[in-house]
Design a binder for this molecule. Structure first.
Ligand code: ATP
Length: 324
């Protein structure tokens, strides 16, 4: 199958490694004499026909940048069929043969909708939340956890010096991966995640357990949406003997240079994407399992079963609570 022109877009939240993918796609496209276009602002730019031709000069030195040079957007209108149809038509009018989408599960749903209107899609998982369940890793997750851990370690040290407890809120939407890996890596004491919710009473009980075991500065990691972090820190302060503070780890998780692991993964994903393009195989999602890159149908990717790391969660509980 002859492929002359392709396009790439980044959608949803930005994730470290998106720029690395763009860099590799453009370089391989150049080697294969395939024209490559960037779509600005995710699906919003696709709908508004906002394209830019990419070349090697434009992507030089972007591999180590966080964010995305193409920009990204949340564009709820894309859930409407007429918006998808017009966007697919924009690609057709420009005679673009295939579209590479880098994003999270929402972006994959948009990609599936486009594929149902004749667009040839390759989807690459890029979301710090790590909530696409067909792949063990999404681009950005490793960097986000590393950024968050550095922040948590720093804050933990000052809190410990003052004998203060602290509740950290990390990102992840409805997925506890960032919270779990942060809690384990920084040796926090208590965790609250959607995969194993915990009540306020249980939190108090666990704080008391820490105090009883001579830990005067318990640290708690909560995934966003589990509690109002300011409120729960205030209530713990009132209901336990610990002087609690709260800390929202925030955008530092998204920013900055991708980790080596994310860069390597981005390169592998981009190479596989271009192989699929050249082989004329479309409507595939690229992923990784046991360090091996694979691709599966978009439908399978979106319907994949939950693969939360309960082994790691059990380890966390084993290390932190002794059975009476
Ligand atoms: P992140 O995990 O970083 O938040 P995401 O891709 O899941 O990334 P969303 O905001 O959920 O982020 O989705 C990104 C975009 O994908 C939306 O703004 C919208 O344009 C499109 N999208 C989301 N859900 C759908 C859907 N059901 N149908 C069509 N398009 C969708």
């Amino acid at each position: 199958m002859d492929i002359d022109k392709i396009a790439v877009l980044t959608s949803g939240g930005d994730a470290q490694g998106m720029n690395t993918v763009i860099n590799i796609l453009v370089r391989i496209a150049g080697l294969r004499n395939i024209e490559i276009y960037g779509v600005k602002d995710g699906y919003k730019g696709l709908y508004n026909d906002d394209f830019v031709k990419l070349d090697n000069d434009m992507v030089q030195n972007i591999s180590s940048l966080g964010g995305t040079i193409l920009k990204t957007a949340r564009f709820d209108e894309f859930k409407k069929e007429d918006v998808v149809i017009k966007s697919a038509q924009n690609l057709k009018n420009r005679q673009i043969d295939a579209l590479i989408v880098i994003g999270g599960d929402g972006s994959f749903k948009g990609a599936l909708a486009l594929s149902r209107h004749g667009v040839k899609i390759i989807a690459i998982p890029g979301t710090i939340d790590n909530d696409l369940r067909y792949t063990s890793k999404c681009l950005g997750f490793d960097t986000a956890v590393n950024n968050a851990c550095k922040y948590i370690e720093n804050v933990k040290q000052t809190m410990s010096a003052m004998n203060r407890g602290v509740v950290f809120e990390v990102m992840g939407r409805y997925c506890g991966d960032i919270a779990l890996y942060c809690a384990v890596s920084t040796a926090c004491d208590i965790i609250a995640i959607p995969e194993k919710p915990i009540t306020e009473e249980e939190l108090i009980e666990k704080v008391n357990y820490c105090v009883k075991n001579k830990n005067s500065a318990p640290t708690i990691v909560i995934a966003e949406k589990m509690f109002d972090v300011r409120d729960i820190a205030e209530r713990l302060k009132k209901k336990t003997k610990v002087d609690f503070r709260y800390s929202i780890v925030g955008y530092i998780q998204r920013g900055g240079q991708p980790s080596v692991a994310d860069k390597a993964l981005a390169m592998e994903f981009a190479v596989r994407a271009m192989e699929l393009v050249e082989d004329g195989i479309f409507n595939r999602a690229i992923g990784v399992k046991n360090d091996v890159v694979f691709d599966d149908s978009l439908e399978n990717a979106l319907n994949a079963k939950y693969n939360f790391n309960y082994g790691l969660l059990n380890l966390f509980y084993l290390l932190n609570y002794k059975k009476d």
